[in-house]
Design a protein around this ligand. Sequence first.
Ligand code: GLC
Length: 534
Amino acid sequence: MAAPHSPRSDDWWRDAVIYQVYPRSFADGDGDGTGDLAGVRARLPHLAELGVDAVWFTPWYASPMVDGGYDVADYRAIDPAFGTLAEAEKLIAEARELGIRTLVDIVPNHVSDRHPWFRAALEAGPGSPERERFHFRPGRGEHGELPPNAWPSQFSGTTWTRVPDGEWYLHLFTPEQPDLNWAHPDVRREHEDVLRFWFDRGVAGVRIDSAALLVKDPALADFEEGADPHPYIDRDELHDIYRSWRAIADEYGAVFVGEVWLPDAERFARYLRPDELHTAFNFTFLTCPWEVGRLRRTIDATLAEHAPVGAPATWVLCNHDVTRTVTRYGRADTAFDFAAKRFGTPTDLDLGTRRARAAALLTLALPGSVYLYQGEELGLPEADIPPERIQDPMHFRSGGIDPGRDGCRVPLPWEAEAPWYGFGSDGEPWLPQPEDWAHHAVDRQRTDPGSMLTLYREALSLRRSEKGFGDGPMTWLPAEDGVLAFARTDGLRCVVNLSDVPAALPPHERLLLASGPLRADGTLPRDTAVWLRA
Ligand code: GLC
């Protein structure tokens, strides 16, 4: 099969709007309560109407779903709950006909404990070549009863599990997600093959999960906080892996976006060198509080770190791992921090929504590409999940302190009056939907000029027709305290008021779009943004 668009010259990704689909919760085509590919295919017109350039699917492969599909048992099969490979191929083609490219999610750090390689490793026993594809070690202590090291898990708790023959294996996440040994040639070969498998099916790009964690120091030794180099974060050997991946992507004209959480801007930018990843998620922006100075510094730092390597920035407000934007922005602390997540944190959703609307215009006016997480265009808040319905391992592994990530993964409301808000026809959704979500439903919002959906549709449509948005230069304009104002080319201006008092707008010829009503005297109220033509 040929790649669907011409390789190399095509740099659509430099300013794309990419919509993240969490297949389990997008739309349920077969009525069993779990979203699926049939549901996505039926709802493609929503994405086309919204005006996105591409869709990134979180893992849709065969998986026991211990970590929502980030525990992959077979990369070449679609999970039966979602559909079949033939359907995925149809979906990719149908989306492409609507002008929407497809990105898949590859999880190279680990596989499911049901993956044939891990089954074989358990079976084959200590010292076998099968175990070398993972990190198996004898334990410490007199009888090997202690884990080989004290590395902390990304999901709290231990990173080692002991198998019946006495050996231990490493897992940075849950025990059901054994880490692969990236020093093993099979591991590299297999992933290169998997990339080709999906590129051959017309996939235009790949999101790389936990992209900075793959390589481990073979000594697997304990370390002190701040160790340099770190035994498993951001090791230099990773760049060689991504260079070989890039060569494959280039054959197809496909692109990468890396999930790279790194505080060091210079180290982050290394992943974006011209022969490595095309883009990486901007988590500094995602975690930034709604505060004028912090936002401005983050925007400047982002552009400064990307400039030397020539990569476009990405702008992300939320995803399937973090608190939904309208909820976060309505809190006293508007930053995002995994460690700070607690049940019952108070929020003012009206305030959060007003800010999220302003943030939408801010991000969509910045240079680079933008990621939208399903439901963000509907202004969905984080849902409270009753404790007995929680599924996310992050909750359980925190000893029940962290509410987990299910609150941002609730099945979407499509129709205000239909059972389950039209998510599916029969079965109760796998996570409960809040009772007061009718006003968030797509059918209500489509016809409401003041809805979040209308705002996103108008913004995406303008962003597409106005060539000055997307990739390219931006310049800060003089502004009152608490106001962000910047110019793009073609006379485009974006002004965001984060202060407590109304702000005067700079001279302009036309108001293109506003995130909320202006005041009668023409000034910009607090937590409101506008796009202007000067
Ligand atoms: C990434 C994913 C997250 C998953 C983890 C382990 O951070 O975004 O959802 O739990 O990797 O694969």
